[in-house]
Design a protein around this ligand. Structure first.
Ligand code: SF4
Ligand code: MSK
Length: 639
């Protein structure tokens, strides 16, 4: 069983050490940082140099832009930036995918033929009698061209329910290529361009759809085809996964392409022997942030922590190398590393950090490069001084891709979402909440995410999880099947026990929120829960969001008809008009809406209330007795 001795306190333990040593971390900086009272409300505009203008104190900026325009513009720019991060990640994946299919990149292969064929169908690519690599080249090239599509819609949106596609068409929300929409979003928000708040937000919506049902979904699906579609795997999490007697390499960021190779490289016998020759008992690899999520759900590589643990991992003094790729990398990593022997290695030309060692990702020799990184770690081991690794790690089961959820709940006989839908209809499961997103340093150890999740599962809400929220819940032992018995309501506990799953299902990284969209579309297609995503008793939630990517994700859920509840403050609170548009305004257009609520108990109540409203609309508000299928009924279902 898990060692829960230090439950939730490992970060706090390390922070005491940071204070003692006088080392600055995000947690300590956030204590002394007075957040800008103007920016926090979405009231600061710096889109031209007549400003920056303070729209908290003034009704208009120098150019005449109103409080509402500035709030909408800031929000829309966050969407554009978040989408850009996901899409540029996707682009790298597609380029490697094409190279792998052409046989030019020897370390990457087309692995999941089933998923390849499914996507080929979405893109109208002929598969019969064709080699998988030939199909993959055509798919990759189509996808790449689609990013810049000037007129047509991304083909992935065909995976949304028909009614949703029609709604987007009717409301002029069907996007073009995602690059096209991001560029237009940035253009519209420049001084003196689009000044109507709803017009700005609607274009933000097109941009977000192009990302959620395009960029992010492409990253997820092509990564699965190349690296393997996840299935459940047991793993460990916490700072305690670092090994005192081994060489520790931590992978961090979002792009799994190089991290996959490092996972392979550490198995190399020669490198293992070299590690032993330096006095280490072996080589341990672990992850931080979403790169951690990627290697966790494909290989069970332990997770050191989330976004807020990155500096703390260095503070243990036990990390020989932290190899980072893109996104959510704290610049302070190199400053903290200066106090220890840790080498911070940047690997992307798009994410360099002053003071780090740069070893640029070389796709053609990725495994060789990964071995070089491992060698740096081995050579650095003798430089290690005193280590302070908190004791204990928690268990977790991860890897619930939408295919796995379908398989586990539907069974090997007939994989389908039918049993999930049935259990929602009969009331055992009240609804589903995607609890995703970041961690905030000032909320470290306060249990905001885990308290919210505990309240949801106690009310029979099945939770699906991605990103750094995973770590917060793993730390409270919520990602193990036993959590169902301890925390879940009787209906959810019964389902979890019957299937052998935790009440909190881990589905991957930030880009993998697209898995939740696909699962929702499959629930609609299965029948019995309405004919659009907005009919489902499903809610999205990011209790500790901080990244622009979270806003981009939130907007694609809202665009898809799914309401989202975000913690912390609203970034548009200076404008009652924009706050209304993001709430009631979008509810009228797409069926989704934004709610900002910092209190975890109130967040849970908002989610449960919304789920109950949807259940009532579906006519399933009363718990129904379970119907046991006899052979005839199974035959009728096509089993
Ligand atoms: Fe001020 Fe307008 Fe310039 Fe913004 S765009 S900084 S509101 S003058
Ligand atoms: S890493 S975007 S802190 S989830 Fe995806 Fe975590 Fe948020 Fe970065």
């Amino acid at each position: 069983m898990s060692d829960t001795k230090n439950k939730g306190n490992q970060a706090l333990e390390m922070l005491d050490l940071a204070r003692e040593k006088g080392i600055s971390t995000a947690h300590l900086r956030t204590e002394s940082m007075r957040r800008c009272p103007i920016g926090i409300k979405g009231a600061c505009c710096k889109n031209c140099f007549m400003g920056p203008c303070n729209l908290f104190k003034n009704e208009q900026g120098v150019c005449g832009a109103t409080v509402d325009t500035v709030a909408a513009r800031n929000f829309a720019r966050m969407i554009a930036a978040g989408c850009a991060a996901h899409v540029d990640h996707a682009r790298e994946v597609v380029n490697v995918f094409i190279g792998a299919a052409k046989g030019e990149l020897k370390n990457y292969k087309i692995k999941d033929g089933k998923k390849l064929h499914m996507l080929a169908q979405v893109y109208g690519i002929k598969t019969e009698g064709r080699d998988k690599n030939e199909i993959a080249v055509e798919l990759g090239e189509q996808v790449l061209a689609e990013f810049g599509e000037q007129n047509g819609a991304p083909k992935m949106i065909r995976r949304a329910p028909k009614k949703r596609q029609q709604l987007w068409q009717d409301k002029d929300l069907t996007p073009r290529g995602v690059d096209r929409e991001i560029v237009e979003m940035v253009h519209r928000t420049t001084v003196g361009t689009d000044q109507d708040p709803m017009s700005l937000l609607l274009h933000g919506t097109r941009t977000a759809i192009a990302n959620g049902w395009g960029g992010s979904m492409i990253a997820t699906e092509l990564q699965d085809i190349m690296l393997g579609t996840p299935s459940p795997v047991k793993a460990k999490a916490n700072l305690g996964v670092l090994e005192e007697e081994q060489i520790n390499i931590v992978v961090h960021g979002h792009d799994p392409l190089l991290a996959e190779m490092i996972v392979e490289a550490v198995q190399d016998k020669e490198l293992q022997a070299q590690a032993k020759a330096k006095g280490a008992k072996g080589i341990n690899i672990a992850g931080i942030c979403c790169t951690a999520n990627e290697v966790l759900l494909r290989h069970g590589v332990p997770m050191v922590g989330s976004f807020t643990q990155q500096e703390l991992a260095v503070l243990t003094g036990a990390v020989e190398v932290m190899a980072v790729d893109i996104q959510c990398l704290m610049q302070s990593l190199t400053t903290v590393a200066q106090c220890f022997h840790t080498k911070i290695i940047t690997t992307s030309p798009k994410a360099k950090i002053t003071g780090a060692t740069h070893m640029e990702m070389d796709e053609e020799n990725a495994l060789e490069q990964a071995k070089e990184i491992v060698k740096v770690a081995i050579d650095n081991f003798p430089n290690r001084k005193k280590v302070n690794i908190p004791k204990g790690a928690v268990d977790l089961i991860v890897g619930f891709s939408h295919e796995t959820i379908e398989y586990m709940l539907g069974g090997s006989f007939r994989s389908s979402y039918r049993p999930l839908n049935d259990n929602i209809i009969n009331g055992r499961i009240l609804g589903v909440a995607g609890v995703v997103g970041c961690n905030l340093p000032h909320l470290e150890g306060k249990g905001v995410t885990s308290d919210l999740v505990k309240e949801l599962i106690a009310n029979d809400v099945l939770v699906v999880q991605t990103g750094c929220a995973t770590y917060a819940c793993a730390n409270e032992n919520l990602l193990i099947p036993e959590a169902a018995l301890k925390y879940a309501g009787p209906g959810l506990a019964e389902v979890c026990e019957a299937v052998g799953i935790p009440p909190v299902l881990h589905s991957g990284s930030c880009v993998d929120n697209s898995r939740i969209l696909i699962a929702c579309a499959a629930m609609v297609a299965e029948g019995g829960l309405g004919d659009d995503l907005s009919d489902l008793p499903v809610v999205g939630c990011a209790p500790e969001w901080m990244s622009e990517k979270a806003i981009a994700i939130g907007q694609y859920f809202v665009a898809s008809g799914v309401p989202v509840v975000f913690g912390s403050e609203s970034p548009v609170s200076n404008s009652a008009c924009v706050s209304d548009l993001l709430g009631k305004g979008f509810e009228d257009i797409t069926g989704g809406k934004w709610v900002f609520e910092p209190d975890p108990h109130k967040m849970a109540q908002v989610i449960i209330e919304y789920i109950k409203i949807k259940r009532k609309a579906l006519g399933i508000e009363q718990k129904k007795e379970r119907v046991l299928y006899d052979m005839e009924m199974r035959r009728q279902m096509g089993c």
